[in-house]
Design a protein around this ligand. Structure first.
Ligand SMILES: [Zn+2]
Length: 407
């Protein structure tokens, strides 16, 4: 086989695999229709993909014809979801389904990277051994963390709430322990991938995922792929200035979206309303020595407390105003809102939606859908697994795998 034949073969194999991964299970005839390739050509590549163990045939109930899908049990990946206060590690199959997991706590402000990563290693080893799989079946590890990440080098860069993690070589540290590739990205990008494959954005090619929690960030998906920008900082919308407000942000600037409408900001507004008595609901919670959190605003609003409702509508409006600018700029078909604040209730989401519609151009909003995430606390682990799968199953990688087997 000469060089050009090899390249053609690998490109075709890669694209057939991608169609099966994105849209499967599929009949071979579906692949013929979607690729425009000859039936005999598709059949040759499908046989090869089955031979290397990347896809398998699945009998359709009641039918004789067989459908093609990813051979989900041919190997495993580990997804790691590190948050400010949690560390979740999951063992996933090659379709990103969580098979087993260890959900635990973390304290990013006080624990060293070494301490946390040693728990990751221990959890990954435990998951592997209790599910009785060989080290060679581990295809990769994906890691989502709450800060900016230099994706190419797999290192966090000046994460504001993770002392000691600046430039810490997370990917190479873990790669030393496991003989598999390790991919590190920020938590919001990772959650956007989970939405794309398993959540509210299934089937969408151009969408924004917004994480509204203690921090606020966005994952930008363009043509099905995460857009990371020149240095990996794309989507860091929490520090966009909202203008008239002078509240100091932990980044050192004033008037950042996160400092005004993030979880910490809402908790302190709620505390003020509890102390002043502006909210009877919150004042009662305070009197009962309950911790005053942003989450309480959702409970208060649901029980008819007007002050709670006013605060969460104002926060939704602030976020919506920033998202409206992004809609005008990027024209997504969908915005998925996730993170802790998305649980504040439908009135919060409605307030975001109203601001976006009011402030965006009619063409950009004509078919725009704004939805709440439904993945809950599985999003981080699932997305981290998908991060690995996207990389190891890239068209180029699948192609070179095919080139290495004799025809
Ligand atoms: Zn800021």
């Amino acid at each position: 086989m000469d060089q050009s034949e090899g390249a053609g073969l690998s490109t075709t194999a890669g694209s057939i695999f991608k169609i099966i991964r994105d849209q499967g299970p599929l009949f071979p005839t579906d692949i013929v229709r979607k690729t425009g390739l000859a039936k005999s050509t598709v059949s040759v590549y499908v046989d090869r993909l089955i031979a290397v163990g990347l896809i398998r045939e699945e009998a359709k109930p009641g039918g004789k014809r067989r459908m093609l899908k990813v051979a989900e049990s041919a190997g495993y990946v580990i997804g790691v979801d590190l948050g400010q206060t949690h560390l979740n590690v999951g063992l996933c199959d090659l379709e990103g389904e969580i098979l087993d997991s260890v959900f635990g706590e973390a304290d990013l402000l006080h624990e060293t990277p070494e301490a946390i990563l040693s728990r990751v290693i221990e959890a990954a080893r435990n998951l592997s051994s209790r599910n009785a799989f060989e080290a060679s079946a581990l295809f990769g590890i994906g890691f989502g963390l709450p800060g900016p990440v230099d994706y190419v080098h797999g290192v966090p860069v000046s994460p504001p709430v993770m002392p000691g993690w600046d430039r810490f070589p997370v990917a190479s540290y873990l790669a030393r322990e496991f003989t598999c590739p390790v991919f590190v990205d920020n938590d919001v990008n990772v959650m956007a991938l989970a939405e794309r494959d398993k959540g509210a954005a299934a089937g969408e090619r151009d969408f924004l995922f917004v994480k509204a929690g203690t921090g606020i960030g966005a994952g930008i998906v363009v043509d099905g792929r995460i857009y990371r920008g020149a240095k990996g900082a794309a989507g860091d919308i929490g520090h966009i200035s909202v203008g008239d407000d002078e509240t100091l942000c932990h980044c050192g600037n004033r008037g950042c979206l996160e400092a005004i409408a993030g979880g910490r900001a809402l908790a302190s507004l709620a505390r003020r309303s509890a102390e002043s008595g502006a909210s009877r609901f919150l004042a009662a919670r305070l009197a009962e020595k309950e911790e005053i959190t942003a989450e309480l605003l959702g409970r208060g609003a649901a029980m008819g407390d007007e002050e709670s409702l006013r605060l969460l509508i104002a926060a939704g409006k602030r976020l919506g105003d920033v998202l409206a600018k992004l809609v005008n700029f990027f024209n997504p078909s969908l915005i998925v809102v996730g993170g802790g604040l998305s649980n504040l209730g439908e009135r919060y989401i409605a307030s975001i939606r109203e601001s976006i519609y009011r402030r965006s151009t009619p063409l950009a909003t004509s078919d725009l859908v704004i939805k709440r995430s439904t993945l809950g606390d599985r999003a981080g682990v699932t997305g981290a697994a998908i991060l690995v799968l996207d990389e190891i199953f890239s068209q180029k990688n699948v192609g070179s795998l095919m080139r290495n087997i004799p025809s």
